[in-house]
Structure formats: structure tokens, C-alpha cells
Design a binder for this molecule. Structure first.
Ligand SMILES: *Cc1c(COP(=O)(O)O)cnc(C)c1O
Length: 354
């Protein structure tokens, strides 16, 4: 039996990929030029499907890039004149801050801890260009609620707001109009292999890019803009990924339906963990808990090693803890590519485990 993967990235892929990979090969997509009408049509349709599914406002642009990490750099190089301000509580938010600081040394970061909502009421220095938030912190399974995003926008109307939604986009409906830059790589909630990411930019973000006029990189935002007007990229993209994304977008139910399923499954996972004699949720405040990644705290290293081994013996791969939480937690991806049968099998194993 194929292993059942609950790691939150690279994560389980949609089972239909077996067929789509075969089709990509037999239809010649692996050798299709990225400068031709066949690719342009595929790309245009994929962008339209994304816009419709994710409810991206008509005046926002959607770009193909290589990874979420690349987006951290694009934001620093092409959208940050002086500095960015980062509010975070985990490893990914912190890494983003460090990448930004490497390119824009004046950037500032504040670790708010895992037991408190990232606050929107901070004073922000006048020369801050971008406020950076990680909507779903994959390392510790916290999320920033939609009302905090809304308050941030209201309080800082003159700043750009950038949101890392790598482990929630396509699993939850996100308020795209409440921020200027959103991004995610596809190996989490999109149920695809790693190697492609999506970046969404508001007209205000694009106006800033034009004002800064940074053009020194292959992935400078203005260069990407010039190309995406023709549905293309400045480099040779993974046409295979765009093909697979297109096929998956055709199959998925509406995002509202996926959102509802994600929330129902998250409730069931947290109920199981809270009522289990050994497991505890890492995040105690229900308002801050991620719905797409669940972090389970274990009493000691011995029981953590044992649950990994017992799961593996049954063909179930639990997500390892990450960063600071690695020695004491495991994680469960609650991503759309997992079927009801997969979730039932994982829950059955954990409910019986002692
Ligand atoms: C996985 C992840 C990243 C890194 O994604 P890459 O595609 O490896 O660059 C960044 N941010 C968050 C929140 C993630 O979960």
C-alpha cells in the first residue's frame, strides 16, 4: 500500500495526478515551448481559473514564481525601498524577516509569541514600506484571523501589506482584497509537487514597483509584469506544473466548499486530540489555531519517537515537528488533497494510539 502522508509540505498530492502526469507526457506538454500560443492558452486559462477560485479582484495580477522563499526576496528587492516590518511567532515568519533583512538591513521584526494574536495596533515607522504577516505559520500551527488582517489594513492604509499564505491558500477562502501581496507555493494546500509558487499583487503594489523601478534581477517584479501580460514568465517555467495546476483546478469543488470541508475536518482533528489521554494541542487559544495544520504536543521524546514509529509501521507518515517545536510536537496536514478515507485512516490510528 502507498504511504499515507500527513506531512505539511511536501504534502500528499491529489490522487488524480497519476493520470494527469501520464496525459502531460502523452500530449507533449513536457516539451512545449513557453514562448508559443499552446503554452499561452494553457497559462491564460490557468490564471483565469485561479482568479475565479481564489476570488482575486479583477485589478490584481497573478504571477508564477518558483517558491515562497523567492517571494520573500521579490518583496524585498522590488517592493521595499527602505524596510519592511515583520510580526511573527514561528520559524517561517522569522526566516522571511531574515531574508528581508539581508536585502534591506533596516527591516524590523517582532516575535509576538504563540499565545497571543499578532497585534494590528502597533505603531509602524513612517519609512516602513511593507508590513509582513504569515497568515498560517506552518511551524507551530497558528493562524492570523481574517479580522486581524482587516484591522491591519484599516490602521495602516498607506503601507503595503504582504501575506505569506503558503500553507492555507487553496485550503481556506482568504480575504484577498484586504492585502496587497499574497503568495503560496503549491506543495501544501494545492496538492502538487514542489517547484511552483503563485504571487498575487494589488494595483497599489504594482504602482509601488513602478515607483521603485527595480530592474536588476531575472525575477524583478517589473520584468515579471511585462511577461505575465503575455501570460508568460521571464525564465523558462515548469510547464508541467502549470499543466497539473490547470487540471487540478478543473476538478476541485468551489473554494467555499473546500473551506467548509477544511473547517469540519479541523474541528474533528482538534476534538480527537483534546479528548485523547496522551495528545495535547500545542496551541491552546482556539482563535489562534490553524485549520490547515495541526500541531500535537507530546509528553516526552520517547512517546514522540514511538508514535512516529508506530504510524510508519502502518504506512502512515506523520509530519515532523519544526524548528523550536521539533523535539516535542508532531504535525498533521489538513490539506484538500487528502480524501475522506485518508483522514478516517489517520484518525483511527491516532484515536487508538496509547
Ligand atoms: C513551506 C513554507 C514556506 C517555504 O516554501 P518554499 O516553497 O520552500 O519556499 C514559506 N512559508 C510558509 C508559511 C511555509 O509553510
Amino acid at each position: 500500500m502507498q504511504e499515507l502522508v500527513f506531512s505539511p509540505g511536501p504534502a500528499a498530492v491529489f490522487p488524480s495526478l497519476a493520470q494527469h502526469l501520464q496525459t502531460a507526457y502523452s500530449e507533449g506538454w513536457l516539451s512545449t515551448s513557453h514562448r508559443g500560443s499552446r503554452f499561452d492558452n494553457l497559462s491564460r486559462q490557468t490564471l483565469e481559473l485561479l482568479r475565479e477560485r481564489l476570488q482575486v479582484p479583477a485589478d490584481y495580477l497573478i504571477f508564477y514564481v518558483g517558491s515562497a522563499t523567492e517571494c520573500w526576496e521579490i518583496i524585498a528587492q522590488s517592493l521595499t525601498r527602505h524596510k519592511s516590518a515583520h510580526f511573527y511567532n514561528g520559524s517561517f515568519g522569522q526566516k522571511w524577516f531574515e531574508y528581508a533583512q539581508a536585502l534591506r538591513p533596516a527591516s524590523v521584526g517582532q516575535n509576538t509569541g504563540i499565545n497571543q494574536a499578532l497585534s494590528a495596533d502597533q505603531a509602524i515607522d513612517a519609512d516602513t514600506d511593507v508590513i509582513c504577516l504569515t497568515q498560517n505559520e506552518t511551524s507551530n500551527a497558528t493562524q492570523v484571523p481574517a479580522d486581524v488582517l482587516r484591522e491591519t489594513r484599516q490602521r495602516h492604509p498607506d503601507k503595503l501589506i504582504a501575506i505569506d499564505a503558503t500553507s492555507s491558500m487553496n485550503g481556506l477562502a482568504l480575504p484577498i482584497a484586504e492585502a496587497d501581496i499574497w503568495f503560496a507555493s503549491v506543495q501544501k494546500c494545492f496538492g502538487l509537487p514542489a517547484g511552483l509558487a503563485l504571487m498575487i499583487c494589488s494595483p497599489k503594489a504594482m504602482a509601488t514597483a513602478h515607483a521603485i523601478n527595480e530592474n536588476q534581477h531575472y525575477n524583478s517584479l517589473l520584468r515579471l509584469e511585462e511577461n505575465i501580460k503575455k501570460y508568460q514568465t521571464s525564465y523558462t517555467p515548469s510547464v508541467l506544473h502549470i499543466f497539473l495546476l490547470n487540471r487540478v483546478l478543473h476538478e476541485l469543488p468551489a473554494l467555499a466548499e473546500t473551506h467548509r470541508q477544511t473547517q469540519l475536518r479541523a474541528t474533528a482533528w482538534y476534538d480527537l486530540i483534546e479528548n485523547h489521554p496522551v495528545f495535547r494541542p500545542l496551541i491552546l487559544d482556539k482563535a489562534l489555531r490553524s485549520e490547515t495544520v495541526i500541531a500535537v504536543e507530546m509528553p516526552d521524546a520517547e512517546s514522540l519517537a514511538r508514535v512516529y514509529a508506530d504510524a510508519a509501521a502502518k504506512g502512515i507518515i506523520l509530519g515532523r515537528g519544526y524548528g523550536k517545536w521539533k523535539p516535542s510536537t508532531f504535525r498533521i496536514a489538513n490539506f484538500p488533497a487528502l480524501t475522506d478515507a485518508d483522514v478516517a485512516r489517520g484518525m483511527d490510528f491516532l484515536a487508538r494510539w496509547r
